[in-house]
Ligand binder design. Structure first.
Ligand SMILES: Cc1ncc(COP(=O)(O)O)c(C=O)c1O
Length: 379
């Protein structure tokens, strides 16, 4: 075994060493204020996120999951409704739909982008469809206008896509509502759970604010049934330290993605999706037309598990996002899906392997990873 990982999958230590004093000062400010829930820090973060994303309203919430839940609630989603979404995502994307008594209706993803295919989504949109919930998967910015054209509100799952944009419009900014996660491993991570809903619609913003505080319009007057989706001030203060670095961190992720491409091409193992599926090398994700935030760099490779083991033996940590498409989780068994229903998502689950890409990852670690991949293919 090598002495330590040549390439850890994710490591916050360099980021936090650089920001430690600022983070501790921000936390001390909150402790001294004795204001821990919502309040000035949260309001300031909301203004700053609204500005970064380019929307009128931002509502701080307790997690990305609660951002999705509150957004669907704000649209009035409930029993009898359907929400069209992708089978290739983190489980929260679909579970929030089911938690409201609505039905997740999956449509397969596009082969190249791995995001919800607008044409397939169009085939399942009908009268009962309350919303469409596309995911900017792995930080690739999808074209929201393609879903909006289907005539139902779009809730953007931009949990992985802070910093991504298309034609100058940020992920999360085009739909009726956009949802971000600040889970610690996200491109901007809190020191715990945190999330944000953004919207240009003043009415939806007001309802979402009510929903996050037990549906209260005024103190002790619940206008609607809500929940406790509030963001705490410690998380907001920490996020305010990190948010100004979003641009540099996104650029570092994109630089890392370019380095992988250059080195794997140089080694002669970068290939097309079709050839990768046939076992002839790895296919790198294309950036798409916009600014890809590269939350993850997921390559496609036929003998995925074998490559993962070989990389692990070489000290390179990788992850599988995702090993199982949502329609094949036990939790969604009542929807009656079978293997084969969404072949593109299923193939992505068989062949996808996420390589380390966090901003502080040294170029030497990327080079070592590429050498190990090349060696796997006998190059
Ligand atoms: C695509 C996607 N949606 C939703 C979530 C849920 O966010 P959180 O973990 O902050 O609840 C995540 C994050 O894990 C995610 O990756």
């Amino acid at each position: 075994m090598p002495p330590g990982p040549t390439a850890p999958f994710f490591d916050l230590s360099a980021q936090h060493a650089a920001l430690r004093d600022e983070l501790l000062a921000a936390l001390a400010r909150v402790v001294d204020s004795s204001r821990f829930i919502l309040g000035e820090e949260v309001e300031a973060l909301e203004r700053e996120v609204a500005q970064v994303v380019g929307v009128e309203h931002a509502i701080g919430v307790s997690s990305g999951t609660d951002a999705l839940l509150a957004s669907l609630m704000a649209l009035g989603t409930g029993p009898g409704d359907e929400v069209v979404t992708t089978p290739l995502s983190f489980v929260a994307t679909a579970s929030v739909i089911a938690r409201l008594g609505a039905r997740p209706v999956f449509a397969d993803v596009e082969r190249g982008s791995l995001c919800l295919d607008p044409a397939r989504a169009a085939e399942v949109v009908r009268g009962a469809t309350r919303a469409i919930l596309p995911v900017h998967l792995f930080g690739r910015c999808v074209d929201v206008t393609a879903y909006a054209a289907l005539g139902v509100p779009v809730v953007e799952d931009a949990a992985q896509a802070l910093g991504a944009s298309l034609e100058g419009v940020s992920a999360g900014a085009r739909g009726a509502l956009g949802c971000f996660s600040f889970f610690p491993t996200k491109n901007v991570g809190a020191l715990g759970d945190a999330g944000m809903v953004v919207t240009a619609d003043a009415r939806l913003a007001r309802i979402t604010r009510e929903l996050r505080s037990q549906g209260q319009r005024a103190r002790h007057h619940a206008a609607v049934i809500g929940g406790n989706f509030r963001l705490d001030a410690l998380q907001a203060a920490a996020l305010r330290v990190k948010l100004p670095h979003l641009g540099a961190w996104t650029e570092a992720r994109r630089r890392n993605a370019r380095a992988y491409r250059a080195l794997l091409e140089q080694a002669g193992v970068a290939t097309s999706l079709e050839d990768a599926s046939r076992g002839h090398g790895v296919a790198l994700p294309d950036e798409g037309p916009g600014v890809h935030a590269f939350h993850q760099l997921v390559v496609r490779v036929a003998r995925r598990d074998e490559l993962q083991r070989a990389l692990s033996a070489a000290g390179v940590a990788t992850e599988v996002y995702y090993p199982r498409p949502l329609h094949l989780h036990d939790a969604f068994a009542s929807l009656g899906h079978r293997e084969g229903d969404f072949p593109e998502a299923e193939a992505a689950c068989r062949e996808g392997l996420a390589l380390p890409i966090f901003p502080e990852l040294p170029l030497a670690a990327i080079a070592a990873t590429c050498r190990a991949i090349a060696a796997f293919f006998g190059r």
